[in-house]
Design a protein around this ligand. Structure first.
Ligand code: SF4
Ligand code: SF4
Length: 307
């Protein structure tokens, strides 16, 4: 099976609306929403959840007040200032772990002289397997303030691969996270192809270069499409020129389309909501090119450098 990751060097490029339209056009595939910090593909796909599983990552310290002697050792040792000291003139100080600040290092648990600190698993979010009108979707939500988004992205991809194996799907269409941080690394590692959605702005150009460097680093062949290209034709040309210099194919230019917002409000992708619009036609043309590349990978074998 082929894993196609749609990424953008930054948020706000319209990546997810492009992915939603591609989902409407693709056949025989599984979707994975790996934008776990701000998942919004579900707004258009209206998934019916079939199974939800907690995402456990690491541990969190919890002081049992009834067993704590108030020695303050844990408070002194915590390198993350995650243990609050609450002074009480009558009863002396008490200590409490701030669950949001606790990094789960376990130092306090190890050094507490009376073994008064529990260290249970930490639930950082949840992931779900759902059905949509286009096919299966694996998606996830990270808890408020929770980190570990890279781990959750890897988990979502792994579950999407299992779902594809079960259904015999040939393609996994991944809505990747924006930026170039840990979640993007987790989304790109071991993928077969990436489509980078950019926009014609100086920051768009800069961020595209950074995500192209990342794709190069992980040996994932990139394709580029320029969304809202008509907002700045000169910068769109500059993006095309820089892609040409790097030998990166630009597979399409999509015009700005205000109906994208109306489509989202209606819970539809643009190619469903306004199939005759120029933007929907352009996305369809981009998808045909991407499909062609995916078929080429299937025939010619995948790039083993990435593994
Ligand atoms: S080290 Fe243990 S006994 Fe001392 S304050 Fe912390 S939890 Fe209480
Ligand atoms: S587990 Fe580590 S980070 Fe959390 S409260 Fe204990 S010492 Fe601090």
């Amino acid at each position: 099976m082929t894993e196609l990751v749609v990424c953008s060097g930054k948020g706000g490029t319209g990546k997810t609306s492009v992915v939603a339209s591609m989902a409407a056009l693709a056949r025989d595939f599984v979707m994975a929403d790996c934008d776990v910090d701000a998942a919004n593909l579900h707004l258009v796909l209206t998934p019916q959840k079939q199974e939800t599983t907690p995402f456990i990552a690491g541990h969190i310290a919890h002081i049992r007040e009834e067993d704590c002697t108030g020695c303050g050792e844990c408070h002194s040792l915590c390198q993350f200032s995650s243990i609050d000291r609450i002074d009480d003139e009558v009863n002396g100080p008490t200590f409490r772990v701030d669950p949001v600040a606790c990094e789960g290092c376990g130092v306090c648990v190890h050094f507490c002289p009376v073994d008064a600190i529990d260290f249970p698993d930490s639930q950082c979010g949840e992931w779900s397997f759902s059905q949509t009108r286009f096919g299966p979707l694996v998606h996830a939500e990270l808890g408020v303030g929770a980190e570990n988004s890279g781990k959750l992205v890897s988990l979502v991809r792994e579950q999407a691969r299992l779902a594809a194996q079960r259904s015999g799907a040939d393609l996994i269409l991944i809505d990747g996270p924006p930026g170039i941080g840990c979640p993007v690394t987790a989304a790109l590692t071991g993928a077969d192809l990436t489509l980078l959605v950019t926009e014609p702005s100086l920051s768009g150009l800069h961020d595209l270069q950074r995500v192209l460097d990342l794709a190069d680093h992980f040996g994932v062949p990139p394709l580029v499409c320029i969304n809202k290209f008509d907002l700045s034709p000169p910068l769109s040309l500059q993006i095309e020129e820089s892609c040409r210099e790097r030998g990166v194919p630009v597979v399409g230019r999509i015009p700005y389309e205000p109906l994208v917002n109306d489509a989202q409000i209606a819970g539809l992708s643009l190619v469903e909501f306004a199939p005759d619009s120029e933007a929907a036609q352009s996305i369809t043309a981009v998808w045909r090119q991407v499909e062609h590349q995916v078929a080429g990978l299937a025939v010619n074998g995948k790039n083993d450098d990435k593994h």
